[in-house]
Ligand binder design. Structure first.
Ligand SMILES: Cc1cc2nc3c(=O)[nH]c(=O)nc-3n(C[C@H](O)[C@H](O)[C@H](O)COP(=O)(O)OP(=O)(O)OC[C@H]3O[C@@H](n4cnc5c(N)ncnc54)[C@H](O)[C@@H]3O)c2cc1C
Length: 443
């Protein structure tokens, strides 16, 4: 780290997160308002930071640890997503989610490590977050989508992973809609109510972790053995820092780090009434991703709501406009109407966006950034399972441990550098447009 690290971008409201809104009101936040000292500070209360703080506390029970979050835990991206803990290859820049056999096997090992860790915490503390080990459907709407699924299935066979084909009638029986022509069920994916999970993970952290919310770090100064973190109304002095700020770590200009903040958007319906539930049919809860990674993800929730996610937008300033949200909502409405013509009167109650942290080559930042400063950043669209694993593993690495997965992450590629702005803006936005256009009916 240069002797000072300035934080340039902070979380913005970016619409209204339906997962958060449908939970009971949270406890009052504790913010940093004075000067305090800790052995460790973890910056960022998403899934990566929550797992890093927990693992540090488990391995160093005598250490004092602060977890600091700029907003509320559960209200930002880790509590805004579609809730899929994906275990299998999921390269959203590929046309069928797969890469090479070796890369796919490494991804599966890494992602399952994260899922197993979080599942064990959820079970141990009985966190009420609708954790389900029911798998996910990859559904296609036409021949092109079916070909992509067949390609994905071949990739799964090559790495020895189980899956099951469903024909048009079988997937309609699950979803209640005739929209899909067929699907692949992959059984190892878990799903959650993401905001409930993040809140639950924070509430059950070991006693040597102190959580601060509504506390954005403005800068970190290196004073040799100590790092000084400055907030709007206080300071924390710590011996070591772990950065888990994902998209908010993206830099452009003089020292670009190759991280791309790409927004995606979701909407959630109001609760359906008994008549609407009956008209829809299907099973009470299911989770489905599109055959084309740029299509629509859809979940039917046990709360009788439906959640739709689609649309991407490169937003390097890390906030979206009302126009972005209005466009996303109208795309979600169109996707909803195509799938659920029997639910004409069911409105989309909430619409929101959140930043993924992508890179052009699937690279991420993991390891030591400077003396006493570590980082685990770059979810590449799959932060629930990858963030769980990399948060746990960065804590192990920072405490001097080594294992196969730590070595795997240390050896992964760094994010490939990008052309300077505004060329990058045009190139990334054009690539998104072309891919969305080709997803066509899957949207
Ligand atoms: C609509 C949508 C659907 C998605 N669906 C899925 C899905 O189904 N499965 C999946 O795996 N992924 C999904 N994702 C992506 C997933 O949400 C991210 O990969 C995940 O949140 C990354 O976790 P993280 O902890 O690394 O980063 P984040 O969740 O972004 O957490 C970083 C935290 O750092 C905080 N922060 C930033 N700067 C500061 C600062 N200066 N001081 C203090 N705190 C700071 C932020 O407020 C934030 O809470 C989706 C994302 C969206 C938006």
């Amino acid at each position: 780290m240069a002797s000072k690290l300035e934080f340039a971008r902070f979380p913005a409201p970016d619409g209204v997160n339906g997962w958060w809104e449908s939970l009971p009101p949270p406890k009052a936040a504790v913010a940093v308002t004075s000067e305090r000292r800790y052995d460790w500070v973890v910056v960022g209360g998403g899934i990566t930071g929550l797992c890093a703080a927990r693992r540090l506390a488990e391995l160093a029970p005598d250490a004092s640890i602060a977890l600091v979050e700029a907003d509320r835990i559960g209200r930002t991206t880790a509590g805004r997503n579609s809730g899929f803990f994906v275990d299998l290859p999921h390269d959203i820049s590929s046309e069928s989610y797969s890469r090479s056999v070796e890369a796919d096997k490494a991804d599966v090992r890494f992602q399952r490590h994260g899922i197993d860790y979080v599942r064990s915490v959820v079970k141990q503390h009985q966190i009420d977050c609708d954790w389900r080990d029911d798998g996910k459907f990859h559904a296609s709407v036409n021949r092109k989508g079916h070909a992509a699924l067949a390609h994905f299935a071949e990739g799964l066979e090559r790495i020895g992973e189980a899956f099951e084909w469903l024909d048009e009638a079988a997937i309609a029986k699950v979803t209640g809609t005739n929209f899909y022509q067929g699907a692949l069920l992959t059984p190892g994916c878990s799903t959650v109510q993401p905001a409930a999970l993040m809140r639950g993970l924070a509430a059950t952290l070991p006693a040597n972790v102190q959580v601060f919310e509504l506390s954005a770090v403005k800068r970190i100064e290196d004073e040799g053995q100590s790092k000084v973190l400055t907030f709007a109304a206080g300071k924390i002095v710590a011996r070591r820092v772990i950065l888990c700020t994902n998209a908010y770590a993206a830099t452009f200009g003089g020292h670009p780090n190759g991280l791309l903040p790409v927004y995606t958007f979701a909407s959630m319906t109001r609760v359906m009434n008994a008549d609407e539930v009956k008209r829809l049919g299907g099973t009470r809860s299911w989770s489905l991703i599109p055959a084309d990674p740029m299509g629509s993800t859809v979940r039917r929730l046990i709360t009788d709501r439906i959640c739709v996610r689609n649309h991407f937008a490169f937003r390097p300033n890390l906030e979206v406009s009302q126009g972005d949200l209005a466009k996303a909502k109208s795309l979600h409405q169109r996707s909803f109407d195509r799938r659920f013509p029997m639910l004409k009167d069911v409105e989309l109650e909430y619409t929101w966006g959140g930043p993924l942290c992508l890179s052009a080559n699937n690279g991420a930042l993991f390891g030591r950034r400077a003396d006493g400063v570590f980082e685990a950043v770059g979810c590449n669209g799959l932060g629930l399972s990858r963030g769980s694993a990399s948060g746990k593993l960065i804590a192990e690495y920072a405490l001097g441990q080594s294992n196969d997965l730590v070595r795997q992450l240390l050896n992964q590629p760094q994010p490939r550098s990008l052309p300077v702005r505004p060329i990058a803006d045009v190139a990334v936005s054009a690539a998104i447009w072309v891919k969305e256009f080709s997803a066509g009916a899957e949207l």
